[in-house]
Design a protein around this ligand. Structure first.
Ligand SMILES: [Fe+2]
Length: 197
């Protein structure tokens, strides 16, 4: 298993990333802020540049709210156009495209820890939001690792979430599912106000 560290940092784009979310996202904003926080936490574990990993998490679905659920167009020209407005390096575009493995897997393989983490945690942050919203309080502070784990086993709950992608943390990152959930959940709790949970 190759585990190369991220080779080009772009953490200086963090303020610009916030600006892009404000201007171009709506429905997806909470998922992106959550994923940014989770990626920042994962960077600490894997020794990556925390701000770079956060930017990748924050911008990975930047184009989605502009695409009217067009999966074919996701991570394509629109994304490129938006990233150009902040003079983002090619590395960021590659890191984002790598999270869409079914389309860009050949061109942008999961060959860095940043990419592997983004791939595994993307579906998980969305799932944790779904778990939170069925709690009576709708507060993430009331969500525990074991309740997330239990819901993951319930295939009828948030059925669109790809459990296999989340579970690939074991193979890709040598990380137990429980630990990935714990890191993502704690990170999301730390930004609870920003994601309205
Ligand atoms: Fe996503």
């Amino acid at each position: 298993m190759t585990t190369l560290l991220q080779h080009a940092d772009y953490g200086h784009l963090l303020p610009a990333a916030h600006g892009l979310l404000e201007e171009h996202t709506d429905q997806t904003t909470a998922h992106l802020i959550a994923t940014g926080a989770a990626m920042e936490a994962l960077a600490k574990k894997f020794g990556g540049d925390t701000q770079t990993w956060k930017v990748a998490g924050m911008l990975h679905d930047l184009d989605w709210d502009s695409l009217d659920k067009d999966y074919e167009a996701h991570c394509g020209g629109k994304l490129e156009e938006l990233l150009q407005t902040i003079e983002a390096p090619a590395e960021l575009l590659g890191d984002i495209r790598a999270h869409y493995q079914s389309k860009y897997g050949v061109e942008y393989p999961l060959d860095t820890e940043l990419r592997k983490c983004l791939y595994c945690v993307d579906e998980l942050t969305g799932f944790i939001i779904a778990v939170t919203l069925v709690r009576p309080s709708k507060k993430i502070a009331d969500v525990e690792v074991r309740s997330v784990k239990k819901k993951l086993k319930d295939k009828g709950f948030a059925a669109q979430v790809d459990r296999e992608q989340i579970g690939s943390c074991k193979e890709l990152l040598d990380m137990e599912l429980e630990e990935l959930i714990e890191i993502a959940l704690d990170a999301m709790k730390s930004v609870a106000d920003d994601i309205n949970l």
